[in-house]
Design a protein around this ligand. Structure first.
Ligand SMILES: Nc1ncnc2c1ncn2[C@@H]1O[C@H](COP(=O)(O)OP(=O)(O)OP(=O)(O)O)[C@@H](O)[C@H]1O
Length: 241
């Protein structure tokens, strides 16, 4: 499904992503860890077309994403949520999610009515049916994160990139979000690539973890393998992961 081959991204003299390679298969939930500044968000930006890599290639279902704009990459099946929530705050929940459907894979052939029907399905999935006509700016942070999740799902992705979806949530909300991510994989057959600083959110639900340090991939394995990896512990300055 997703193939990242020797991807490099530089900002001046800084190599933010350094010849990183890995694959994500159908139905996998893969965590992306690394200390602050390790290159996680930059890697996401290389995958969904915000940045053009300086070296290497990203392929989705065999199609090279080189030089493709974000909207085209979205239509090839990659959806995304952001570290800092980017909902359209002065519009309703329904309009936010409808926009996802209209700009997603089948958006061009979809009427506005169809797009709204699809949007309702994802709004129900994230548990916001009572809030469908609420202005997004009036929601809690947890629910704005749910709107982002529903909007990304409405694009009909094969792979969803989640950038710290548990950030700013309380422990109960973190648990709900974490469960929802497993459910979306199971219900919609979506693979998940998930950056998260909150370890409890990720550890019990991922199939695999990739760790970046100074832009390079230093580990790729199961939770147990990552916990036992000395290089990973050293990257976190001895903190347990
Ligand atoms: N647009 C940019 N211009 C210049 N340098 C950048 C830019 N974006 C990121 N960087 C630098 O690239 C490196 C990787 O940043 P990135 O945001 O990808 O790390 P991260 O692992 O996502 O960090 P965090 O966990 O703090 O969000 C950092 O040194 C950062 O300062």
């Amino acid at each position: 499904m997703l193939e990242v081959a020797d991807v490099t991204k530089q900002f001046g003299n800084l190599t933010a992503v350094d010849e990183v390679s890995f694959e994500i298969g159908s139905g996998e939930i893969v965590g992306l860890l690394g200390p602050n500044g390790a290159g996680k968000t930059t890697l996401f930006n290389c995958v969904n077309g915000v940045y053009t890599p300086d070296g290497g290639e990203v392929r989705m279902n065999g199609v090279s994403l080189s030089d493709k704009p974000v909207n085209e990459i979205c239509k090839l099946g990659i959806g995304r949520s952001f570290q800092i929530v980017r909902t359209f705050n002065n519009t309703t929940v329904l309009d936010n999610v409808t926009t996802g459907a209209l700009f997603g894979r089948d958006g061009e052939s979809m009427s506005r009515t169809q797009a709204r029907e699809e949007a309702y399905e994802y709004i129900e999935f994230v548990g916001l049916e009572e809030e469908a006509n609420t202005l997004t700016k009036n929601l809690t942070i947890a629910n704005r994160r749910n709107v982002e999740l529903a909007r990304a799902l409405a694009t009909d992705p094969d792979l969803i990139l989640l950038d710290e979806v548990a950030s700013g949530l309380n422990p109960a909300e973190i648990g709900e979000m974490s469960d929802k991510i497993v459910q979306l994989r199971d219900e919609y057959d979506v693979s998940v690539f998930w950056i998260e600083h909150i370890m409890e959110a990720i550890m019990s639900n991922v199939d695999r973890i990739i760790v970046l340090h100074h832009g390079a991939k230093i580990a790729d394995g199961t939770v147990e393998e990552i916990k036992a990896n000395d290089e990973v512990s050293a990257a976190y300055f001895g903190e347990e992961v």
